[in-house]
Each structure stands twice: as C-alpha cells, then as structure tokens.
Design a protein around this ligand. Sequence first.
Ligand code: ADP
Ligand code: MG
Length: 405
Amino acid sequence: MTIDETRLRERLRNVEDPRLGADIVSLGLVDDLRITDDGIAEITLAFNAPYSPDEMAMGNRIRDVVAELGLEASLSVSLSWQNPDSPLPKVRNVVAVASGKGGVGKTTVATNLAVALAEAGARVGLLDGDIYGPNVPQMIGVDAEPGLTEDGQLVPPEGYGVKMVSMAFLADEETDPAMLRGPMVDKLLTQLIEGVEWGTLDYLLVDLPPGTGDAQLTLMQTVPVTGAVVVTTPENIALEDVRKGIRMFSEHDTPVLGIVENMSTFRCPSCGDHHELYGSGGGRKVAAEYDLPLLGEIPMDPEIRARNDADGPLAALGDSPAAEPFGELADAVADQVGIKNRAEAAGIDPDDPDIERVIPSDSYLEPSETDTAASKDDETSGASTGDPETPSGDGVSGGLDITDG
Ligand code: ADP
Ligand code: MG
C-alpha cells in the first residue's frame, strides 16, 4: 500500500456506518483500495443492498472524503455476497413476503414493493408462490405467458420493470389448487425458483401463501433467504398468526426484516384525511414485542384496490403522494437488507442489540419530522455524478454509480 493509499484508508475511518455503530474501515467493509496513477481512488465495498438509502449515503460520504484528498472516487461492490451453493447465484437477495393469514394484503404489498424497488432503479424479480391465490399477474397487470429457453427454463414476462413468474403459470386448469398436497406444492415452487431464467437480480421477492406451511419451508430449504417481510393488519385478532409466522422464520434462521401494517388508516378520497377503521397499532405492537422495525404503514386506500384490479400497481405512479408509502417501504426494506448483509460481512451477529435496526430519528413513517428532504438531495447529487440511465444495467449496482467489482 502506498503512503497515499494508507492515508486515504485512515481518512475513511471518518465514514460511519449509521446502523452498525462503527466506521466502515474498522468494520472491514472496505474490501480493497487502490489509487491509480491518474488520481482515481478505486474502492471496493462489502455492500449488498442496491438502492438502500443508508448505503447510498455512505457512498456519498466516501466520495466527499476522497474529494478532500483531491482524488476522484470510483466505487465498486465486492462479489463476496455470491453464494456458490445457491441455485440462484446471480440473485443478490431473496426476500420472502409472508403473512399469518390471508386477505391482509400480502400480494398487494409484495407487488407494490417490487414495483417501488424497480422504480428506484433496482433489478427486481417477483415470484408469485401463493398456490392458493396466485393473483400477482392480475395485480401487476401482466397477462403475457412466460417464454421458454432452449433448455426449458421459463423466461419471466415483465411488468413495470419487474420480472414476474406465478404459480398460475404452472397450475393445471383442472387441478383445484386447494386440493394440491404438500409434495406437489413443493415441486411447483421449486420449479418456479430454479426453473426460471432470472438473470442478474438485486432483489427477488417471493409472495408466499399465508401461514406457516410447506411453501415457507421449501423456500427456506431451496435458496438462501435474506429475510422475510411480514404483513399484518392493525386489528388484534390477526396478531397471534403473525407471532407464529415470526417464530417459524426464526426457527429456520431466516431473519425477519420487519413488519408492514397494511390497511392502517383509511385515506378518504374526497377529503384526503386519514381515519382509523380497524383499530390501530397492531403492527407497531408486534414490532415492539419482537424488537423488529416497523417497515411501513400502508393506508387503506380505495385507489390501491382499484388499481389492483385495473391500471397497474399504485407504486408505479412514482412521485405521486398516494405512491409514497410504498416508496418509503422500499427504502426501509433495502436498508434492512443492507444491515443484515453488512453485519454478516463484518462478522457481527445480526441480532446484536447494538445494531440500530430502528433509528428513531429516521422514522420512515414521519417524514415531516425528519430531514428526509436534505438526505434526498444528497442522494440525487451523488447519483447525478453517474449515468442516471444505467444504474439498473448489468454490472452496475447501488444507485450511486457503484459497479460490481
Ligand atoms: P392477500 O394476498 O394477503 O390475500 P391481497 O393483497 O389480495 O391480500 O388483498 C386483499 C384485498 O384487499 C384485495 O382486494 C386488495 O385489492 C385489497 N387491498 C389490499 N390492501 C389494500 C389497501 N391498502 N387499500 C385498499 N385495498 C387493499
Ligand atoms: Mg395473495
């Protein structure tokens, strides 16, 4: 290491990981560092949560530190996340979307979360694994059939930038899904995981059937699952099922990334105000009970339902205020994925109580009380140093002109 490289490495100790409570050098998140003859600091980071606001903010801090030394930064992410044992070696993160019972809006959340992550720039896949109600194709507005490669892999059709496959593609018209026995569910789900040409994905979301049955186990046994997002409604009767779901994931060493409360409040289309219809605080309560982050509160919004049935997911409306809860949810999920992956890279127990999984001041739920506006500006200025058209292209990751190393 040259003197300048040593100096830069020391300066990078000023870049704090906002969640792991130490700087990126001490945590071992700087995998490689080199300064080229023409003054470019090539830095490889152990980051693996593309478009996580935390990681984009750290990327910006690193650029500042590099600039202070009169150098130009070229950031890349290491490929240490790649798991050779995974049947999906090109998929960075598998995120299960689960619920204790049906009808809580699991599919609505999975679909809109997928679209919101794709809107942010990520490469996203959505696997509709709910054999009992495979309604992702309808919600995301895709009626195309999947293609087939020469070796019989399914080629997923795309909707709103999301690659999607569904149990509905495989289930025979004559088979009554409700009659399908465990082993058959297993076989179909495995086929949808392994028999698909996903390509490179930042996030593969899996809409699981409700409850704690075979599909959940099959998923966890087939691929390394980064974590689960558990969806619930506010009322108390749903909570016992949620607890069961949380326990099932922990028993299989799959972290629960957090809780989403759906149908939290009612967004009145005429007055725009929020009213509580189903009581409130269920998600908050169960999140507190298990010390999990509340990833989002999605209001009951007639537009969500209407768009589910017709014009494509609400999250596709991007900057519209109605789509905002899903954008915030996508940020929160990406950040939690980042925490889990960086803790792993740093050799820290992801359940370490010192990890700030929930930062009171950055609550995604109360943007008015925080400086989100300022941090959004940071992200934009960071991203604009790269080519805004390419973040989702091959070999590029993270939303900050960070390339795969
Ligand atoms: P699940 O997958 O858990 O069975 P769905 O996502 O299919 O639940 O949602 C159940 C029904 O509730 C659907 O008709 C859906 O359009 C509607 N729905 C879900 N979430 C909302 C919401 N936040 N606002 C309004 N309607 C919703
Ligand atoms: Mg569903």
